[in-house]
Ligand binder design. Structure first.
Ligand SMILES: [Zn+2]
Length: 114
């Protein structure tokens, strides 16, 4: 599982990593400041597996960062003090967002979508 991981995919490929890689992004799909949390299968032409609308966010640019996305969806006070771009924190924040996406889309088994 990676966050905005197109460059991660290139690195993992060069390292010979062939396992399943899922990529999450929070993107303004329609250029109207309404952001969608999307899950893609990077091993299958970046196929969209899940999508959930996060709502309107006033921001320049079409991607939300890991921290911005996490702040939108998580009320856990312990998580709120975590700063992204630290490998340990990034895993915690990405995991939290992934669980939110599964709950929001009523997905119980991600393998059924792949
Ligand atoms: Zn959280």
């Amino acid at each position: 599982m990676v966050w905005n991981g197109s460059s991660d995919m290139q690195i993992l490929s060069r390292l010979g990593f062939t396992n399943l890689i899922l990529n999450m992004t929070a993107h303004d799909d329609y250029n109207n400041n309404e952001y969608y949390l999307n899950l893609y299968n990077l091993n299958n032409n970046n196929r969209l597996l899940l999508s959930h609308c996060l709502g309107y966010v006033k921001k320049n640019g079409r991607y939300l960062s890991l921290t911005e996305t996490h702040q939108l969806i998580c009320k856990n006070k312990i998580h709120s003090s975590l700063i992204a771009n630290n490998p340990v924190n990034d895993v915690i924040l990405t995991s939290c967002i992934f669980k939110y996406l599964l709950r929001s889309t009523n997905t119980t088994n991600i393998l059924n979508l792949i």
